[in-house]
Design a protein around this ligand. Structure first.
Ligand code: GLN
Length: 475
């Protein structure tokens, strides 16, 4: 059992000498070994983590340690760490080693966090169940016959199973929020541009974001402070005025909450609906104002998302052709045969499906009908949110229409799998932040998630309301 409930407490225990960081690392490492069947990690950096823990213990003693001294972090295996593997859970990159370190990881290391390993995920972050991994599927630690969600399934499972303090995942269409909902933890998808993507393997560059999983909002805020902000190495990153996220969560701003009928329609699990209604009623009792809003283009979210992200993916993944890095087929008598065989043998089924879809929507004759049209619809979806955020501060929705499904249940029906993302893709289309809050379990003991969305760069309000809910309605 861990003797602290959040990193702030851990930090105090470390400083007062009441917790040994080496023991803490050993605890996580032994839990990782015990939980091998969950398959949350592609790589565990056992020796290195122990060594760094000793160094940080000395730094703490000498009062020279960074802000995150002793925070034990797992990193999704799509983020680069110099000289270590980055596989994206794909055979294409099984033997690839990173030549530089992602900015997010570097910022954590600079503040003395300890990287314990790299987590399993859907291949190239494409999927909603973590069943599309060349490193094998991940099991949901809450109930191992169910999926952990995806694509950051390993990162969510690692936090839920107590294999680390926090983890990083990525969210292109829901890959942080949905697995957080399935595993019963917090997961933040930040505003596009708030966190540098340098060192993240691109899936759909105008959608990709990086964010933390944690067991509480305090840790989410603490990590966000460290990893957010302008980075010269990512021209889409920006500096926002303040980043005192942790201090801000304790504040009591008046927050207006919007409810969109489009997110409470048919097809949502009854128990999810009831739990969320219950939270809404409690918030009303506490004096929060609720306003009905409309996001009329919501019905196009999934179609627009899958046209645009596959188009971007088909372009981003063109670099894996056996020439410069990654897998090269033995069948390489001539150049075009080498390209073809390397890609056919290196990529998994779902990745190929996306590349084909994306190539199709970008091809001449279809570009206008699909790609250009979808770009226009993306703008309309963003406009809906702009209108809504003129009236409210936060929009409250379910994270997923269903709880964690059984392993294998949706693998033969990609369309059904894509519907997992029905409530999460809009935030990526609009570039706004969203968070999953674990609000309890259903009658089978499976976690239920609620999503809060905020306007661009309004993470402070998002975390404030999340903290209020955590402390007043859930604990
Ligand atoms: N599940 C979605 C997909 O398969 C989202 C993936 C993601 O956010 N990386 O595309």
């Amino acid at each position: 059992m861990l003797s602290y409930k959040n990193f702030k407490e851990k930090s105090v225990l470390l400083k007062e000498g009441k917790l040994s960081l080496s023991d803490n690392i050993s605890y996580f490492l032994s839990k990782i070994h015990e939980s091998k069947n969950i398959n949350a990690f592609n790589f565990v950096f056992e020796e290195n983590a122990k060594k760094i823990a000793k160094e940080i213990e000395t730094k703490v003693k000498n009062g020279k340690a960074g802000k995150l001294a002793g925070l034990v972090v797992a990193i999704k295996d799509v983020l680069s760490i110099k000289d270590l593997p980055t596989t994206c859970s794909s055979n294409m990159l099984r033997n690839f080693k990173s030549i530089y370190t992602a900015t997010v990881v570097q910022r954590l290391i600079n503040e003395d966090a300890i990287i314990i390993g790299k987590t399993n995920c859907d291949e190239f972050a494409m999927g909603s169940s973590n069943e599309n991994s060349a490193f094998g599927r991940v099991l949901n630690p809450v109930n191992i016959s169910h999926v952990p969600g995806g694509s950051s399934g390993g990162s969510a499972a690692a936090v839920a199973a107590d294999l680390c303090d926090i983890s990083l995942g990525t969210d292109t269409g829901g890959s942080i929020r949905q697995p957080a909902a399935f595993c019963g933890v917090y997961g933040l998808k930040p505003t596009y541009g708030l966190i540098s993507r340098y060192g993240l393997t691109a899936f759909a560059s105008s959608f990709d974001t990086i964010g933390p999983f944690a067991k509480n909002i305090e840790d989410i805020a603490t990590v966000l402070e460290v990893i957010s902000g302008k980075d010269e190495l990512d021209s889409t990153s920006v500096q926002v005025g303040t980043n005192n996220y942790l201090e801000n969560i304790f504040q009591n701003t008046k927050i207006k909450i919007g409810i969109a009928a489009e997110y409470f329609g048919e097809g949502i699990d009854k128990e999810i609906q009831n739990k969320i209604r219950n939270i809404i009623n409690k918030l009303k009792d506490k004096g929060f104002e609720f306003i009905d809003i409309s996001l009329p283009h919501s019905e196009y979210n999934i179609a627009t998302y899958y046209i645009l992200t596959t188009a971007e993916a088909s372009s981003n993944l063109a670099r894996y052709d056996g020439t410069r890095y990654g897998y090269r087929s033995n069948n390489n008598e001539n150049l075009s045969e080498m390209y073809k065989s390397s890609r056919s043998e290196g990529f998994g089924k779902e990745v190929k499906r996306r590349i084909m879809l994306g190539t199709y929507v970008l091809s001449s004759g279809y570009y206008d009908a699909y790609y250009r049209k979808a770009q226009k619809v993306r703008r309309l979806i963003k406009n809906d949110f702009d209108d809504a955020f003129r009236k409210v501060d936060i929009i409250l929705t379910p994270t997923s229409p269903f709880v964690a499904f059984k392993i294998g249940e949706k693998t033969n029906n990609p369309l059904e799998m894509y519907l997992s993302d029905i409530f999460t893709t809009s935030a990526n289309l609009a570039g706004i932040p969203g968070i999953n809050i674990p609000i309890g379990n259903n009658s089978n003991g499976l976690p239920i998630g609620m999503q809060l969305l905020a306007n661009q760069f309004d993470e402070s309000k998002l975390l404030q309301l999340s903290y209020f809910i955590q402390n007043n309605l859930l604990l």
